[in-house]
Write a protein that binds this ligand. Sequence first.
Ligand SMILES: *[C@@H]1O[C@H](CO)[C@@H](O)[C@H](O)[C@H]1NC(C)=O
Ligand SMILES: *[C@@H]1O[C@H](CO)[C@@H](O)[C@H](O)[C@H]1NC(C)=O
Ligand SMILES: *[C@@H]1O[C@H](CO)[C@@H](O)[C@H](O)[C@H]1NC(C)=O
Ligand SMILES: *[C@@H]1O[C@H](CO)[C@@H](O)[C@H](O)[C@H]1NC(C)=O
Ligand SMILES: *[C@@H]1O[C@H](CO)[C@@H](O)[C@H](O)[C@H]1NC(C)=O
Ligand SMILES: *[C@@H]1O[C@H](CO)[C@@H](O)[C@H](O)[C@H]1NC(C)=O
Length: 351
Amino acid sequence: MAFLLQNLLAQKTGKILALLLAAACFVQLVMNGSISQESWTEKKYTKIPEPTVVLVWHWPFHTEFTPREDVCLKLHAIDNCILTRNRSMFDGADVVVFHHRELQTNRSSLPQQTRPPNQKWLWVSMESPTNTKRIHQYNGCFNWTMTYKADSDIFLPYGALKKNDQPSNFSIPKKSGLLTWVVSNYRRTSLRAKVHANLSKHIDIQMYGRAAGTFLPSERLLPTISRYAFYLAFENSIHKDYITEKIWRNAFIAGSVPVVLGPPRENYERFVPPDSFIHVNDFASTEELASFLTALSTNRTRYEQYFNWRKTYTVKISTEWTERLCNICTKFHELPQQKIYHNLHSWFHQQ
Ligand SMILES: *[C@@H]1O[C@H](CO)[C@@H](O)[C@H](O)[C@H]1NC(C)=O
Ligand SMILES: *[C@@H]1O[C@H](CO)[C@@H](O)[C@H](O)[C@H]1NC(C)=O
Ligand SMILES: *[C@@H]1O[C@H](CO)[C@@H](O)[C@H](O)[C@H]1NC(C)=O
Ligand SMILES: *[C@@H]1O[C@H](CO)[C@@H](O)[C@H](O)[C@H]1NC(C)=O
Ligand SMILES: *[C@@H]1O[C@H](CO)[C@@H](O)[C@H](O)[C@H]1NC(C)=O
Ligand SMILES: *[C@@H]1O[C@H](CO)[C@@H](O)[C@H](O)[C@H]1NC(C)=O
């Protein structure tokens, strides 16, 4: 009998049983370590050849956080890397970091001082071009970039795979539902909402998020998703390399098989194994996709094949801004010392 159906029936025999199942499942996940959000860079000690000062002009999203100057050493084992928000250190800064969101309105937020000759200005954005406005005004302004685009000076993906030293003990979380989607920013006219609407005519999709009237607090996010066989990792906009936490965290860390809507399959395959995800474009219609998922959910052997890669790789995700920013120091001495993004806008929009 279908493994999913068994679990679904069990759940229907009573809420208490379902709750117990969920609790057991969560405990199992924690024990497997599959929910642990391990950090992205290696924690091995790295000493930067010369003291390097990274001045963050606005902390991303204007949080009040002020790093201690030794944060890179204390938290990330990167020595000789000074991360600061102290603007009086402008003249001595090797890199000044600008996160696009805080610059989006106009150029008035840029430093007014003259730039020291060898100082690098680094442009940072984790958002896609669709959600990154008024880039033109910064053409000819920056020397380096740090974004999710693989051809950035510093590539900052939402996640990455690390090869295991020995086969891992990953085990698939217990499943009690078929397919789920968690969406915070729902627009009926978006491509992902249309695909979801079409798909839901042929298969049962449990939707979570404000739009669905079922808001999930962050600590419930992964335990909830992990109970479903499949997760709709639908990007909000389609751009090369724009492969976000929707697949890395929501699907992979939770232990649910991602059904992706985003750049073409070949682009995903640059970063993740071909048999780790299902691509919407692999099917001629949403109806075919629905039948495929339904069939897959009733064949445990076939379903488990989507987890084979877990023996070889562990998923790492990047969430901490201090970690991302300290990492600039480790890249600093490898990057081109003379560079200007004359047309930042076209570089960022290039597919
Ligand atoms: C900021 O840097 C300046 C120049 O190095 C220093 O004099 C000042 O004490 C620093 N301010 C803070 C709050 O650390
Ligand atoms: C520039 O942007 C800032 C906010 O970043 C705003 O307060 C200011 O009014 C803007 N200036 C102009 C000329 O639009
Ligand atoms: C996996 O299981 C083996 C045997 O039970 C154990 O020796 C090993 O430490 C485990 N590895 C991890 C990464 O938990
Ligand atoms: C949704 O289904 C309709 C009717 O079958 C089809 O015309 C349309 O192209 C589909 N849209 C998407 C985004 O899948
Ligand atoms: C389940 O999938 C396996 C592997 O793809 C296949 O060999 C087997 O025939 C399938 N079983 C059923 C009942 O379809
Ligand atoms: C950095 O970019 C600015 C602005 O285009 C330019 O004037 C400066 O020469 C560049 N600096 C380096 C070290 O490439």
